[in-house]
Design a protein around this ligand. Structure first.
Ligand code: S3P
Length: 429
């Protein structure tokens, strides 16, 4: 376990940050490139632990993937060339690898076993096992097939019409990926829009996919065609710098080439409603995704209510939004966010514990939290819960605490942002 001492920022923050590539899009680029025919070049790939789990899973299935810094070259030979792995696949901490890969592997005609780390082993897999079972897959696994480790022999799937019972892009993606290989048509209906990178990328790789309001239909197409992918900067990583510049007086930071897909920009809407100073410039579309630069400056905030359909558009940013709320005048209420309990850790419990330890007035509810601002944060011990987003939220909080913060275990940050402290130190100056 690696502890880290963190100190309040002696200076206003300033500078430019190129946040690393988007985690969700990086995973998908590896998956589609590996199942396509031809060479797929992926630029600005997120070289974090989670995405490397996906790379290594496809290497185990026989795909040649070369990596040079943040560029991947994937030598795809089509999904039919994927071969039975010799050993169980290890998905580490990565929920996206696990849930999306189950959709792919359920369709492939060979035996696979898969397992994860302590956190992933506790996370629910029945949300993907159930629809995949309806499509004809059969799984054996711990807790009646609800949790990893899981073992299965794939193939012979039939299309289904599936209404998502949880607001989850991972579940939607698993069903669409299985639908790519299933007989007939697979339809996914979602009541609340979740991130749509899978749909965008399936379209770019030539899949037969059509979208109509909240319904997506995919039909069997075993041969995807390779296409180069530029991965935008991850708005979920940018969120830490958006918060940092907003709470440290006199700061201004510019974040370059950040993904601005509307299904992900809830944090920008919420910060705007709280009174934060944000400006978006240089907007363009690259590889089917909106990107742009975001400039953010220090500003006074007010508390708000965050609930309903915006929640999936900012689900991963809630830890840092809670921190912002501690610095806002008035009360912030976050609800309809019970999915937070199924992340790398129970993020409702973790956020409330960490911010309370640092002097915030925050209480947990069943499906969210209530934060009373504005409070001066103290120093002290704060546990990362082995969750990258909790650890980075603590590091941002420490910029404005009265005394030093001791972060218990920073190693988990490498899951999504290996150079986080280098980038943070560069804006502290
Ligand atoms: C992700 C979807 C979200 C998100 C996760 C990445 C994805 O999870 O929290 O970090 O890449 O599809 P859920 O599908 O569980 O909501």
């Amino acid at each position: 376990m690696k502890n880290k001492e963190l100190f309040p920022s002696p200076n206003p923050l300033s500078g430019v940050v190129n946040v690393p590539g988007d985690k969700s899009i990086s995973h998908r680029a590896v998956m589609f490139g590996s199942m396509a025919t031809g060479i797929t070049r992926v630029d600005n790939f997120l070289d974090g632990e989670d995405c490397m789990r996906t790379v290594n899973a496809f290497r185990s299935l026989g795909v040649r993937i070369n990596k040079e810094e943040s560029t991947l070259i994937i030598h795809g030979n089509g999904a039919s060339s994927l071969a039975e792995p010799l050993t169980p696949l290890y998905f580490g901490n990565s929920g996206t690898t696990a849930r999306l890969m189950l959709g792919v592997l359920a369709a492939l005609p060979f035996f696979t076993a898969a397992y994860g780390d302590k956190s992933l082993t506790k996370r629910p897999m029945d949300r993907v096992v159930d629809p995949l079972t309806q499509m004809g897959a059969s799984f054996e696994g711990r807790n009646n097939g609800c949790n990893l480790p899981l073992a299965f022999r794939g193939g012979g799937l039939k299309g289904i019409c599936y209404t998502l019972p949880v607001k989850s892009a991972q579940v939607k993606s698993a069903v669409l990926l299985a639908g790519l290989f299933a007989e007939g048509e697979t339809k996914v209906i979602e009541k609340t829009t979740t991130r749509d990178h899978t749909e965008n990328m399936l379209h770019a790789f030539g899949a037969d996919i059509t979208r109509n309001k909240n319904q997506t239909v995919i039909t069997n197409k075993k041969s995807l065609k390779s296409v180069d992918v530029f991965v935008p900067g991850d708005i979920s990583s940018a969120a830490f710098f958006l918060a940092a510049a907003t709470i440290v007086p006199e700061s201004t930071i510019t974040l370059r080439n950040v993904g601005l897909n509307e299904t992900r920009t809830g944090i920008i809407d919420v910060m705007g409603n709280m009174g934060a100073k944000l400006e978006i410039t240089n907007e363009q579309t690259v590889s089917g995704e909106r990107i742009g630069d975001i400039t953010v400056s220090y500003g006074e905030l007010n508390g708000i209510v965050i609930d309903g359909d915006i929640i999936p558009r900012l689900i991963d940013e809630i830890p840092v939004i809670a921190l912002l709320a501690t610095q806002a005048e008035g009360t912030t209420i976050i609800r309809d966010a019970s999915e937070l309990r199924f992340k790398e850790t129970d993020r409702i419990a973790a956020v409330v514990d960490v911010l309370s330890a640092l002097g915030a007035k925050i209480e947990a509810t069943d499906d969210g939290m209530i934060i009373h601002g504005k409070t001066k944060l103290t120093g002290g011990h704060a546990a990362s819960y082995d969750d990258h987003r909790i650890a980075m939220m603590i590091a941002i909080a420490s910029l404005i605490t009265e005394g030093k913060v001791i972060l218990d275990d920073e190693a988990c940050i490498a899951i999504s942002y290996p150079d986080f402290f280098d980038d943070l130190n560069s804006v502290i100056g």
